[in-house]
Design a protein around this ligand. Sequence first.
Ligand SMILES: C[S@@+](CC[C@H](N)C(=O)[O-])C[C@H]1O[C@@H](n2cnc3c(N)ncnc32)[C@H](O)[C@@H]1O
Length: 477
Amino acid sequence: MTRALPDPESLLADAPLVWAALQTAGWSAAALDELLGATARTHLDRDELAPLLRRTDGGSALEVLARLFVLGTGVDLKQARRAGVPESWLVPDGFDVAAAVRLQPVVHGGVEVLVAHDPGRAASGVHPDQVLGVGAASLTLAAATPRAHVGRTLDLGAGSGIQALLAEDHSDVVVATDTNPRAAAYTRLSAALGGRDVQARTGSLLEPVQGEAYDLVVSNPPFVIGPGSGYTYRDGGMDGDELCRRLVAELPAVLAPDGHAVLLANWLHVAGEDGDARVQSWFGPDVDGWVVQRELAAPEDYVTAWLRDTDEGPRFDALYEAWLDWFALRDVEAVAFGVLALRPGTGRVHLDDAPQPVAPSWGEEVPAFFARQEALDRGVLATAWRLRDDVRLHQVAARSDEGWIAQTQVLQQEAGLRWSGAVDVYGATLLAGCDGSRRLGELLSVLASSAGISEADAAEQVVPVVERLVQQGFLVP
Ligand SMILES: C[S@@+](CC[C@H](N)C(=O)[O-])C[C@H]1O[C@@H](n2cnc3c(N)ncnc32)[C@H](O)[C@@H]1O
């Protein structure tokens, strides 16, 4: 379905008036949560407006603004005026007026931003150039983004600007790029609304930032793989997983010497080819890479999920068949989804299969992962490892005549990627001794003599386990 889209550029001039109106009404993510209730997002996603209309029928300025910018329903022109909304931001809606755009407050890691985007959502039919609000993938990338302060950040494929706006909080300069000029306009609008400083540019891939260097690059590109449906926000217009491959290959050109890039990607698992090796081969010899694979979907499940996302209704069957035929032609056995991280390096790429629930914010693991790799290079036995502060040991014990006997012991991270894994009594004892004060080699000699085995035998058994524990971040240098 196509419909006329608003012109976000034309709204920029009056953005300060709208911002003032929002402030006066007490607009914030918390205030809207309280007004609309915890289930508001679910109601909105299902077009169930009645519960939200009942909660906003008092006529206060915040209720009027919520109806206009969150629910997307019409209000009386006088009410809109009283709430301070300039007419340039209103469109006729029967006898009422409606807002030209939607405003979505987003809180991540204690930072609140306001995202302006087009009305409508994927599941109600979208225009090819529609700029959508914040979705699950947006939040996945936000969670994987390192939040240490940096000089320059690039958000490639910025859409509504959510990643750029969040990065503005911890960057001196933020540049947001997108092929869709409407996306650049929305990024400017969102930045103006929240008083944030973001440079928005239009252009494909790295074209708008040639010759520049960034300390942080984030990208939620249009990674969906399929025959192409004309949705700019999700179809990159290149065959298969080519767009993601090109991004990984080209991004290093704009990475500062200590820079990191984090992007979302899909990649194919094709018959007769190793899918892990395929994504690993995307990284050039001048970078180190970390692939955090979060999902591996069968073609049927992948296609169903994306067709449901755009609520194709009666077109579902035909599109499903065409998409699966397209996969079959290319011998696609599965599609992987993950977070790819890279930094300048020497061509070493590590892949983790990490389908487990992760912390709501785990971006600090990106630089930490590469720092641990460097420590491993310096020598596993020569390093004084420290058990990460958030690691807990869960024991299941059974009663016996000697009292409680531990039957299983599981290490669990409470932060980061929240890895967990079984550990035996010796391993648990060794880890308890890892307080960063003694090198692993010293700890091993103590362990070997108490177990009555040679240090060489102890090292043979322990070193591979410790290396794995370091890779996963249980132990840190
Ligand atoms: C999945 S959306 C991501 C939006 C936003 N960054 C987020 O995280 O929600 C992908 C964006 O990439 C843009 N895009 C598509 N092809 C592109 C290209 N070749 N170069 C740069 N951006 C592109 C689309 O217009 C869309 O805004």
